[in-house]
Ligand binder design. Structure first.
Ligand SMILES: NC(=O)c1ccc[n+]([C@@H]2O[C@H](COP(=O)([O-])OP(=O)(O)OC[C@H]3O[C@@H](n4cnc5c(N)ncnc54)[C@H](O)[C@@H]3O)[C@@H](O)[C@H]2O)c1
Length: 467
């Protein structure tokens, strides 16, 4: 069942409910029925796959994001880059040129939309790293897992409810990791607040907020920045929170979602579009490539979604990529004892209603509670780079877990739960912001799944190679 774009595809029009309340009930019913049709096969939560001394890597999609990942991965000990695939040969070749260490025999796969399958079929690849556009993620990840590969998948992992389920069932069936590459889970302030949460610093968590607010409107119309205008197409076809995981991932870790807690239901509201269609119209006057968009309704600029969790903590998420305003990846934690907020930078913490902690108190808190992974690799990660170091910390940690046979920090249930907010928000927006149930991808096992800790008690022995 594809909930993505249901209203747009006429699915709802075809069975128009007599009232909006009825629509919500019908859809909730369908979600629950779909949930029932899946049976657990194997619990991937906390699963440790056999250790791999060398992680043999293949990349699919090496445009802006993927080529930077090739460069970062080549700095990690125990990585062998075996294949680089991009439909555009010049991108694959350029990405290969970004490898800075020895021991890689990266074959190029290019020139054909399906050639990535050939790379996935190789026996000598352990991990497929996917950084193509959203619509391709699930199909590629499923194929790779079915061919015996672990998968690291850019955000969001899937764009439909059905594909979220397919990812879960394939990972369970194959016992292959399906890791969502949510780099914000490794940002310094997010890791500090996670550690503080585990120490009980915030008390009970009442409410969290997250956002992806980034004015990238111009890039939608720049083919060099987005292959085949993929982001323009997404924003023209779908109205919801299309990019929920930057804000949601770190917050779900704090709330132990899928491990003792779960997301219950959500509601979503979109502003009108005040700039996307206007921009397409303006460009379409002189550029034929945008003519098709001049009369198309586009995604509302701002999407605001609210989520209820089983623990009773609430989450607010925002998404706006087309308004001229300062960048924000809001990360806000409000507990019974303390409060934290990042964006604007720097991140701030308060323990009462008077004011935020001063510089000296913040430094003391950081020196006492900086998590082990940051102490171990944080400074090196900053020097390698990638959003200030968090991208490298994420990649290093993934390889270190695979090399040491440790459970991964972000498993397939996280990938599905965080990504499904996209299609569910579309449905809610299209239906007067009515609430919709969030599928339980753990199929009930969230109650018994152990809380996951990002610590270095085992592992942490993967070195970083000098550039
Ligand atoms: N986590 C982050 O901070 C972050 C930042 C930027 C982008 N991303 C994610 O990374 C992904 C890629 O974004 P981008 O900005 O690099 O886009 P991009 O358009 O620059 O790169 C996508 C690449 O995929 C290639 N491609 C398309 N179809 C293919 C196919 N069938 N086979 C092989 N290659 C194919 C394209 O040629 C292109 O080079 C998206 O999912 C995006 O959301 C994440």
């Amino acid at each position: 069942m594809k909930l993505s774009g249901l209203a747009g595809m006429g699915w709802l029009a075809g069975c128009k409910p007599s009232s909006e309340k009825q629509a919500s009930t019908e859809l909730d019913h369908i979600v629950k029925q779909v949930e029932k049709s899946y049976q657990p096969i194997f619990n991937m939560s906390g699963y440790a796959a056999p250790a791999l001394e060398t992680v043999r890597l293949g990349f699919i999609g090496v445009g802006n994001r993927g080529s930077a990942a090739v460069a970062r991965m080549s700095r990690i000990e125990g990585v062998a880059i075996q294949g680089i695939c991009d439909v555009r040969e010049e991108k694959a070749t350029a990405a290969k040129g970004r490898i800075t260490s020895s021991g890689h025999e990266a074959s190029i796969y290019a020139g054909d939309e399906e050639i990535w399958k050939k790379m996935c079929e190789r026996e000598d690849i352990d991990l497929v790293y996917i950084a193509t556009h959203w619509a391709t993620h699930a199909e590629m990840a499923i194929y790779a897992m079915e061919h015996g590969k672990h998968v690291a998948l850019e955000i969001p992992a899937a764009t439909t409810v059905e594909d979220c389920w397919r990812l879960v069932m394939t990972s369970e069936k194959t016992k292959k990791h399906c890791v969502i590459l949510e780099n914000c889970c490794y940002d310094f302030f997010e890791l500090l607040t996670l550690n503080l949460t585990r120490q009980g610093f915030f008390g009970d968590i009442v409410h969290c907020e997250g956002a992806y607010i980034h004015d990238i409107l111009d890039s939608f119309f720049d083919e060099e920045k987005r292959y085949d205008f993929w982001r323009l197409k997404e924003n023209a076809a779908r109205n919801g929170n299309l990019y929920p995981t930057h804000g949601l991932g770190p917050v779900c870790q704090i709330l132990n979602v899928n491990r003792g807690n779960k997301l219950e239901y959500m509601t979503s509201m979109a502003s009108a579009d005040f700039s996307l269609q206007a921009k397409a119209k303006e460009l379409g006057r002189t550029d034929k490539r945008f003519e098709a968009y001049t009369d198309k309704p586009m995604r509302g600029n701002m999407n605001v979604s609210s989520i209820m969790t089983n623990s009773g903590s609430t989450i607010m998420l925002q998404h706006d990529v087309s308004t001229p305003r300062p960048y924000s990846r809001l990360h806000l934690i409000s507990g019974t004892k303390a409060f934290a907020q990042k964006y604007p930078l720097p991140g701030k913490i308060a323990v009462g209603h008077d004011d935020f902690l001063g510089k000296a108190e913040m430094e003391r808190l950081e020196s006492e509670h900086t998590p082990g992974i940051v102490k171990h690799i944080g400074e090196l990660a900053k020097s390698v780079g990638g959003h200030g170091g968090m991208d490298f910390m994420m990649d290093w940690r993934l390889i270190d877990c695979l090399r040491n046979g440790l459970p991964v920090d972000m498993d397939v249930y996280d990938a599905a739960t965080w990504s499904v907010i996209g299609p569910l928000s579309e449905w809610s927006v299209a239906n007067g912001s009515q609430p919709i149930a969030i599928p339980d991808f753990t199929m009930g096992r969230w109650k018994g799944n152990k809380v996951h800790e990002i610590h270095l008690e085992s592992g942490g022995n993967t070195n970083v190679i000098k550039a």
